[in-house]
Design a protein around this ligand. Sequence first.
Ligand code: CAA
Length: 399
Amino acid sequence: MPTIGIDAIALAVPEGYLDLADLAAARGVPAGKYVEGLGVSRMSVARQHEDPVALAATAARRVFATAGIDPSTIGLCVVGTETAVDHSKPVAAYLHRLLGLPQQCRVFEAKHACFGGTAGLLAALDWIAAGSARGKKALIVCTDIARYGLSTPGEPTQGAGAVALLVSENPRLLALEVGVTGSYAQDVNDFWRPLYSKEAVVDGHHSVQCYLDALAGAYKGWQDASTATGNTEKLARRCYHVPYGKMAKKAHRHVMQLEGASEAEADASYAAEVASSLRLPSQVGNIYTGSLYLALASLLEAEAGELEGKRIGLFSYGSGCCAEYFAGRVVKGAGAFADSLQLAEPLKDRRKYTFAEYEQIRLRDEEGDKRPVNGEAHELPEGAVAFVGVDADRRVYIA
Ligand code: CAA
């Protein structure tokens, strides 16, 4: 069987961010609580024109451009999101036009909190392995704007952004072990967003425990599945879903302790196996469906060359909950290819918002989805897509 996996990755983030030290000062808490305590330095703040469709389209256009792939080769496009723009029309339908995807293409949206993108990725792997792709590639886009109420404990764990993944045979970055995964599911009330609300509701500390329980279950399932195939090779690096960096550290400690390591041993292996995947997430914040893949991009941006041939573990968690543990191998040549993708480029030259600007952006958010197309000018970066308002309830985008 040919190898199947992630051929290329690209990110899109809003043009501005809030420094967590500024948020801490405004909320009267020590900056250390957010920066060291949660492991977040900056969070991306999306303005009205940077909606989940615009971010998704921008990331996808970038992946086609940087990977040198033509949209006509796509046969499946799945968008994972929990902050979609419509109850019926999927983000993937907007992408179909904005990206120029072919008509012979299956497009849909997948929702399960932060797990939606992984659901799309696993579906794409099976689609290719089953022979349904017939030479075509899949495009999986994870896109979200993470919003909690102002002055709530969740506020410092917001963020916004999209990650586009090209999935194909003979991938140039990460060959995934198709069919060898550990799943875990349970009906829990840890984090959710009622239909009337743009802001998530969360039982914060309970959500941390739900994440750890799901990790233990999925990891055990994956170990059993992997051992059954005769593969007991050690993982060189581990990427986790990153609602905030400290959560990934807690996750890693939990897994290592399940394997019999002491706390000190777990923390030492965290520095070697996890830390480099948290650099980009600490600059962007939580991007829900894309968070695991932002961590993967961070890892590959930092170390793809040294990791060629090495096995990487991936943990995806979606509140509610559903989780999956799976693994893959960094392929030969991935180092040079990852360099050419310039994965961190979209984070360069961002604008730093003041706390007052952040509050203003949040207030304007209220009118968001009903704002008429009013000709507001946007100076868009090369390749970017923007939401410009609604016309008779039809959302309008410019590129
Ligand atoms: N300097 C350094 N560290 C400090 C500090 C200081 N001055 N003050 C506090 N800290 C540390 C605390 O010791 C704590 O660290 P540990 O967890 O290692 O003990 C950390 O800062 C956070 O402090 P608190 O627990 O007191 O923070 P909180 O109660 O205000 O909020 C939270 C934390 C519950 C995670 C909250 O941010 C939240 O609700 N976030 C959203 C929910 C979430 O992200 N859950 C994650 C699992 S669910 C999931 O993953 C799905 C998803 O994407 C949402």
